[in-house]
Design a protein around this ligand. Sequence first.
Ligand code: MSP
Length: 660
Amino acid sequence: MQRSKFYVTTPIYYVNDKPHIGHAYTTLLADVLARYYRLLGVPTHFLTGTDEHGQKVQQAAERAGITPQQHADRTVVRFQELWKKLEITNDDFIRTTEERHRAIVREVFRILYEKGEIYRSEYDGWYCVTCERFFMAKDLDNGACPDCKRPVDRIREANYFLRMSKYQEWLVQYIHEHPGFIQPDFRRNETLGFLRKPLTDLCVSRPKSRLSWGIELPFDKDFVAYVWCDALVNYISAVGYRSDEATFRKWWPASYHLIGKDILTTHTVYWPIMLKALDLPLPEAIFAHGWWLTGDAKMSKTTGNVVNPMEVADKYGVDPFRYFLMAEMVLGQDASFSEEAFVRRYNSDLANDLGNMLSRMMKMAGSHAGGVIPECGPLGDDETQLRDATLAAVATMQQSVDTMRLDLGLGAVADVVRQANKYFEKKQPWALAKQADKQPLFTVLYCAAETLRIVSGLLYPVMPGKMTELRKTLGLPAGAPDFNQLKQWGGLVAGTKMGDMQSLFPRIMADASTAPAATAAAVEVKAASAVIAPAPASPAATPAAATPPPSGIALIDYADFQKVQLRTAKVIEAVKVEGADKLLRLQVDVGGERRQIVAGIALSYAPEALIGKTVVVVANLKPAVIRKVESQGMLLAASVGKDLRIVTVDGDLPSGATVK
Ligand code: MSP
């Protein structure tokens, strides 16, 4: 679909509590879409913000013993900090307590009142504080709120009402005539089902005697606006409705309101009717995504199973977290968050496939092509296949953005990376390197690098930081890629100097809280450096290739092995790493140089048992920070399943001795 502009919104979040993974998800989804449209050259506006009025915020402030404004000012920072951390590129952040919003809400109420769309009447019914909604007795679920199932309060008071019933038929027809208006399809049916019952007029005010924390109505100072009518207006107040007509014309109607499935009715019934009553066009689409669950259970503060996005991003990195959320959720359906699922996807898609592909290509190009993009010879069948698959993934990705199935687009990209690894295995560049004619080798390296160029562009909106690193490694210019250049094979220019070798996605090692037990039947020697061990610097630590060569072992050159500096080291100190039951922090002496190493061996060794031992370490590994502790190397250990033994030397040798 060709768009002339893209205006995307998230719900504005209540400031009664800190952000959780559900908030992070909607905002990330909006961010990824906005970033894609920017790459496509479409003028884009991305709005998010906070919903700061209403009873929930007032009650939270009362509990904290501060004013609602103070409470909002404190909580909003948590959202803003999280968005900064998650690299969210919103163009605007609206708070409903800002004057630019309050003025427009009052204006909306004035217009609707003067048009006779809002009238005063007596209300007698039931009220749910959590949902901030009124219900008739017939709508209750066994006397409780039909949405959140919490108890409701009986309320009888004068109030103002919006004439909803008169728009019911119009709305049903509009939804039928605009099949893309409510997405996915089954949510459209849900709204149509809701509209089968007669609509009651909506109570759009709250008497100040009961709730003072809100926007005062312009025509009655004893009332404030119902928080949902206040909040929904943010989508137009932020883009200049009644304050900056040019901006408003530029962005409205919105391309997408992204919401969670629990706020479908407010967005697909109340909001369209408010807009219709104001004579404004409706948003092009409202997309309701599913819930993030913990296992099979709903996240809730009472159960204590709420996932804190800040913690996950701190532990595993922002980009992998962004990737997981986008790749794991089939848009519209519920999805389950677990660290195990996270680690599984990370290790397979990112460490074993993408990171591995890059490091293999870079190693070969470094050793045999002088660290520059080599010249590509004529494409054979295998190269043509890889090229076609890569270009097909570009089309799938673009389509998946259009159809809101990002999981499918990301799946297609992951498939291409797997195919590139297989291509590498098949072509055996390490064998080609031995031939006098270097052209076949160069062609393989070029095609692998070119696939990575296109992949890095496709994944850029999802993992902007990591893809910037990858693009730098490929010698590409800084800045966002141009989507059109991803549609063409051959963008890498031969002779371009490549950047430093990157360990892009260090494999996440088995950790008590996450990964399943190792399945290797044979004794495996690997670097036991902890939760995230820097990826394939040594052949022994290289994860199994996507498709191993016939012997089952990816062969390396002696030159590759020589790059790894193994040294003996004497353990001077060993202590447990707080909060990580598998980790020890060691101080070792490597030929007179003192180093700190974090090693995942605490389940097999008491700290004191290590003091004085001579161990073997990888001495030329880039430092990594593990659970906030810097690790300056790795310790070798052999393992079968969970059974683990450190590698030592036979007899007495000074520390710092070379191991080869
Ligand atoms: N303030 C209203 C929205 C007003 S928009 C004009 C609101 N705020 S909220 O903070 O309670 O929720 C914001 C969004 O987070 C909702 O879309 C809700 O569906 C979503 N989520 C809350 N928990 C969630 C999950 N566990 N998973 C996914 N999203 C969920 O409602």
